[in-house]
Design a protein around this ligand. Sequence first.
Ligand SMILES: Cc1cc2nc3c(=O)[nH]c(=O)nc-3n(C[C@H](O)[C@H](O)[C@H](O)COP(=O)(O)O)c2cc1C
Length: 186
Amino acid sequence: MSKTYNVAVLVGSLRKASINRKLALALADLAPANLKLSIVEIGDLPLYNEDIDVEPAPATYSRFRAEVKAADAVLFVTPEYNRSIPAPLKNAVDVGSRPYGQSAFSGKPAGVVTASPGAVGGFGANHQLRQALVFLDMPLLQQPEAYLGGAGNFFDESGTLSDSIKPFLQKFIDAYAAWVEKTAKS
Ligand SMILES: Cc1cc2nc3c(=O)[nH]c(=O)nc-3n(C[C@H](O)[C@H](O)[C@H](O)COP(=O)(O)O)c2cc1C
């Protein structure tokens, strides 16, 4: 019987009506049977500060680290802020990466999806995040790249996913599932 892989999904936007959050949920629906996607919340993490990251660590840090550690893989779905990674997501990356030598991310297969109502599709955030994932030693899906522009049209008022983007999301999540199966530690 094939294994089911648990994927921690980190969404870079904290707003309730976030397009990226809706995309994360759509990807969870489209994921093949061997992949279970669950959003790990990042909005309650205090700004990373080594002074407060001492024993006992803040409960929010411990909760976040435990949820990421329990997952087989990590998928990032995020907007771009000022051509860069939104601060809450970068903060979550920093929290999960510590204490030094005990990173929650180390070795876990990763994927990056960026989406924006603008034309560039979050390219800047996508690649800046990739830069951090190199240091975090995460095997990262390279293709297909997912810079999703025009994201304001991806969902109608009832929240239904548009047929214009659905085939690409299916292609992406199928490729990511194959990547996780190939690279996840058993
Ligand atoms: C502080 C801030 C900076 C932004 N900078 C960019 C940007 O550099 N590139 C871009 O395409 N959109 C930018 N946007 C617009 C976001 O892409 C847009 O608000 C998007 O809907 C946010 O994603 P969400 O719907 O998941 O919250 C910015 C928005 C905010 C609030």
